[in-house]
Write a protein that binds this ligand. Structure first.
Ligand code: MN
Ligand code: MN
Length: 298
């Protein structure tokens, strides 16, 4: 890996670690989700990075893709299982990191420990020549030791410059086929554990989107919005919150739906556990080295 890329990854990882710690401390009973998201994203910018995607704050049976809206009034409550998922990019080099916090004391900590342990086991074996399905098997085994299930349709992923999904995934279950891992590759490994069915389903609602392609749009608002997100976020995801100042709320809502329907935007629908059971997540970004890996977010 080139020195500039490596240095950018290391710095992105340091920023992610710092804002993760500060963000987790802010997550308390009665605190607003919006405050925490704004704080983290502002801090990333202050520290010289950029958010690689909107801060995901997913609670209890919501596994991923929730990010507060500009008008969000929701607050954290005692007992909530909160997944904080943060992405930082520098020069397009991305550090992707997630942790779970249970507000107050709770027996649900087993879920958290299972995801953390599975992540640790995956990091222990990842190196050049290992196949992605071998990692999936290790993750599944580690979570089942806790009598819990991995979420089978969520995966880790290769990271490329300005791209969150570099084509290769790391499953959280044993699979028949796998891709070989090479030195210099960068991966986000992210086991999810649950006491439920072990699968996520999509909710209708989406708050996070990504520019896909230009499409001829009939309304002025849709054209303005599409130009704006293409110019400002390009290939990386953005939140409704990040474009809230462009137009009144109801017009923004309509424009986002029109653009999604036209295929101009990719829609990240909110993901919840199939049986509405709680979900925990742990995630680190690693650079594959000759002998193993370097955890840039650890
Ligand atoms: Mn993540
Ligand atoms: Mn990820």
């Amino acid at each position: 890996m080139e020195e500039k890329a490596y240095d950018s990854y290391i710095r992105a990882g340091e920023i992610a670690k710092q804002v993760m710690q500060e963000g987790l401390e802010k997550i308390r009973d009665g605190e607003e989700l919006l405050n925490v998201a704004d704080y983290i994203e502002n801090k990333i910018n202050e520290l010289g990075g950029k958010p690689a995607f909107p801060v995901n704050i997913s609670i209890n049976d919501i596994a991923a893709h929730y990010s507060p809206t500009a008008w969000d009034e929701s607050v954290f409550s005692e007992g909530d299982m909160v997944k904080l998922d943060i992405g930082v990019q520098i020069n397009g080099y991305i550090a992707d990191m997630a942790k779970t916090k249970v507000i107050g004391s709770s027996d649900d900590n087993e879920l958290m420990m299972a995801a953390e342990e599975a992540l640790k086991c995956a990091i222990d074996i990842i190196k050049p020549g290992v196949k992605t399905n071998e990692i999936g098997e290790v993750v599944e085994t580690a979570i089942k030791e806790f009598n819990l299930k991995p979420i089978e349709n969520l995966t880790g992923h290769k990271l490329d410059r300005f791209s969150l999904h570099g084509g290769i995934t790391i499953p959280n279950i044993r699979t028949r086929h796998g891709d070989t891992i090479y030195e210099g590759d960068v991966f986000a490994i992210e086991p999810f554990s649950t006491s439920g069915f072990g699968k996520v389903v999509e909710k209708q609602e989406a708050i996070i989107f990504k520019y896909m392609k230009d499409r001829p749009m009939r309304t002025r608002e849709a054209r303005i919005l599409l130009n704006y997100v293409k110019k400002n976020f390009s290939s990386l995801p953005f939140a409704e919150r990040w474009v809230a100042k462009l137009m009144p709320r109801h017009r923004l809502y309509i424009a986002l739906r029109q653009l999604s329907y036209a295929g101009a935007l990719y829609t990240y629908r909110i993901l919840r556990e199939k049986e509405r059971a709680k979900v925990a997540q742990a995630e680190h970004t690693v650079i594959i080295t000759g002998e193993g890996c370097e955890v840039i977010t650890g």
